[in-house]
Design a protein around this ligand. Structure first.
Ligand code: AP5
Length: 211
């Protein structure tokens, strides 16, 4: 099963993606995590992407599509995947659909996480993430040990107020049109209220996947 998570920055795609993938028994693939890992490894392509990421802009479609091709054809994704943040522009959505068709697959469901903007800003302003496994936390200071892998929690550079504003604007301008595109192309898009307890949101998402 291929599930694509859509939603603004801070909507909980990372948090929920991990949980949904575990329940479905398939991997979660997050382009943001793959890019940040590449930046840490200082690959040439990633260093060019870093500038876009730090200021909250999107990395060029060609970079993302190249990355997706490698990931989707890997044996790990044979049974499907939960794709977090993978599709952020209409050209990416078209590219992903074509790539999947070549592999005899399709997007089975788009899950769209809905959270009011004031809550998004609050969540991102208070977030720390594990520098090793990328697990996001709320209410834990940088320098704290990750509960999952023991790595060190840090703040993301793009969680500074100015980058948050840019990311919200970029989402509205470039990613929201993907929702319209998916609906026009008769793909299954389920809107999820992504406020409230994390476990309850996971249950809502799982119910939406059963529809
Ligand atoms: P990416 O890492 O994907 O960032 P994003 O989309 O901005 O999303 P976030 O990771 O900020 O938020 P999230 O929705 O995952 O929320 P989270 O679970 O952490 O991308 C980063 C950058 O990489 C992009 O800006 C771009 O430059 C580049 N990039 C990546 N993919 C790309 C692509 N396809 N094309 C082009 N460029 C690309 O939760 C947020 C916080 O809220 C956490 O602290 C969490 O603990 C907390 N929280 C979660 N759920 C709840 C809840 N129910 N109640 C209260 N708090 C909650």
């Amino acid at each position: 099963m291929i599930v694509v998570l859509l939603g603004p920055p801070g909507a909980g795609k990372g948090t929920q993606g991990e949980r949904i993938a575990a329940r479905l028994g398939i991997p979660k693939i997050a382009t943001g995590d793959v890019l940040r890992a590449a930046v840490r490894d200082e690959t040439e392509q990633a260093l060019a992407a870093k500038e876009f990421m730090d200021r909250g802009d999107l990395v060029p479609d060609s970079v993302i599509l190249g990355m997706m091709k490698d990931v989707l054809s890997s044996p790990d994704a044979a049974k499907g995947a939960v794709l977090d943040g993978v599709v952020r522009t209409v050209p990416q959505a078209e590219g992903l659909t074509m790539m999947l068709a070549e592999l005899g697959k399709k997007v089975d469901k788009f899950l769209l996480f809905d959270v009011p903007e004031n809550e998004l800003v609050m969540r991102l302003g208070g977030r720390t993430v594990c520098g090793t496994c990328q697990t996001p936390y709320r209410g834990l200071e940088p320098g704290t040990a990750c509960e999952k892998c023991g790595g060190t929690l840090e703040r993301r550079k793009d969680d500074e107020p100015e980058s948050i504003r840019t990311r919200l604007h970029v989402y509205e301008a470039q990613t929201e049109p993907v929702i319209e595109w998916a609906e026009e192309n008769k793909m299954s898009v389920e809107r999820i209220d992504a406020t409230g307890p994390v476990e309850e949101i996971t249950n809502r998402a799982m119910r939406a996947l059963e529809k």
